[in-house]
Design a protein around this ligand. Structure first.
Ligand code: NDP
Length: 388
């Protein structure tokens, strides 16, 4: 760890990633100064976190929650703000390290703002890279920003990946728990409820990523994320189901050596690695006891029961705007499923149909990304309305 307190901001501090980050920051209270925290609507938790950490600035995305935030922060000396511009301000305030922990493409604008300030960005918000990958990475390079992968699989690969001799790397493998429906038949999944879909067997996460894990879209999004982070084509990014979630990622070298990263399934470990980088910060995660785990098992994902994985690969191969459409349609469909407006199998079906209607198109600028994202959400919403 550095010898002066580092200034840190957390976008999405009230979420699952955000709360794990705040937990670590509380444990390392003397090593960090907290600049800004943000949420969407959870003003009460945001204010509590801001006061506990002595943050300088707290912002909610939804202006309707501003009065509650202002009231909860009254007398604390912490500045309160709301709206999209306030999230951008939170991202632009001076910080040595920023957690990008918002869920969905809603995180694009503030995360991009941090990138344009040349920040070190601990990167969890994978939808940003799926939606705007090539253009986003261009901004990272242009502004000298640094992305530290936080997604457990990408964090694992990062720790095993020889960036100085990438010609020796044959492929990487992202592991996948298989989600709560790993052993369900296609027909059984037809009646799956939101409560069953978010009951992940090994990880505790936000609702959206939990549903993505149940459809395996999460692994598809991660393939696209890995493509951008590690500059590898789809053919060099493998996935394997590993129900115990102990091995998080593997790198296969051309001499046949395979380097794997292991750890208990607790996001505080990858977040701590990003927080301590280039050193290591202590994390309280349960230490791995292989004898207690007993068995590590592996199987291939079933493309028939989990079509989302195929759709994501096809979108990556198609390039242009297809991943933008894939992500926007998926966010819209997952939201509708969580509100019980469509069934579980309708999620992937909606994404597939939206991709047929809007196969992509060239993305020359970030405005093109925003426009295509909006068009894909509208197309998916029409399909969903027709289903309902
Ligand atoms: P959560 O739903 O738990 O939290 C999301 C956070 O973003 C909350 O702070 C939420 O605020 C805020 N937020 C939601 N919508 C908006 C919006 N429109 N504008 C601004 N802020 C918003 O998500 P997770 O923490 O599970 O996931 C965050 C990201 O990290 C996702 O991209 C996910 O894929 C990725 N990730 C998550 C992992 C995990 O273990 N959870 C593992 C690996 C990656 P509020 O609380 O007010 O709603």
């Amino acid at each position: 760890m550095s010898d002066r307190p580092r200034r840190v901001s957390v976008l999405g501090s009230t979420g699952s990633i955000g709360q794990s980050t705040v937990d670590l920051l509380r444990r390392h209270r003397d090593e960090f100064v907290i600049e800004a925290l943000t949420a969407n609507r959870n003003a009460v938790l945001l204010a509590e976190q801001a006061k506990a950490l002595g943050a300088r600035f707290a912002a909610v995305a939804d202006p309707a929650d501003y009065p509650a935030l202002k009231e909860a922060l009254a007398g604390s000396g912490i500045a309160a703000a709301s709206g999209r511009a306030a999230l951008v301000e939170a991202a632009e305030r001076p910080a040595d390290w920023l957690m990008a922990g918002i869920v969905g493409a809603a995180g694009l604008e503030p995360t991009l703002a941090a990138v344009r300030c040349g920040r070190i960005v601990a990167f969890a918000n994978k939808e940003v890279l799926v939606s705007a990958g090539t253009l986003f990475m261009r901004e990272v390079a242009a502004h000298g920003a640094t992305l530290l992968p936080v997604d457990s699989e990408h964090n694992a690969i990062w720790q095993c990946f020889d960036f100085t001799r990438t010609d020796g790397i044959e492929k990487i493998t992202l592991t996948c728990s298989g989600g709560p429906f790993r052993q369900r038949s296609y027909d059984e999944m037809r009646t799956a409820t939101p409560a069953e879909a978010v009951a992940h067997p090994t990880w505790r996460m936000g609702a959206k990523i939990s549903v993505d894990s149940a459809t395996l879209m999460n692994k598809g999004l991660e393939i696209i994320e890995a493509h951008h982070l590690f500059r590898l084509p789809s053919e060099k990014i493998d996935t394997v189901i590993h129900p115990q979630s102990i091995i998080h990622g593997l790198v296969t070298y051309r001499d046949g050596s395979v380097l794997a990263h292991l750890g208990s399934p607790d996001m505080r470990t990858p977040i701590a690695y990003a927080l301590g980088w280039p050193g290591r910060a202590a994390a309280p995660s349960k230490r791995l006891d292989l004898a207690e785990v007993g068995q590590l098992t592996f199987e291939l994902p079933d493309p028939r029961r989990f079509p989302a994985l195929r759709l994501a690969r096809e979108a990556l191969r198609a390039g242009t705007g297809a991943p933008t459409v894939l992500n926007a349609a998926n966010e819209t469909a997952v939201h509708a499923f969580l509100e019980e407006r469509i069934g579980f199998l309708d999620i992937a079906a909606t994404v597939e149909r939206t991709l047929e209607l809007l196969p992509g198109g060239r993305l020359e600028s970030l405005d093109d990304v925003y426009d295509l994202d909006k068009a894909a959400r509208a197309a998916a919403a029409r399909l969903i309305a027709a289903l309902a």
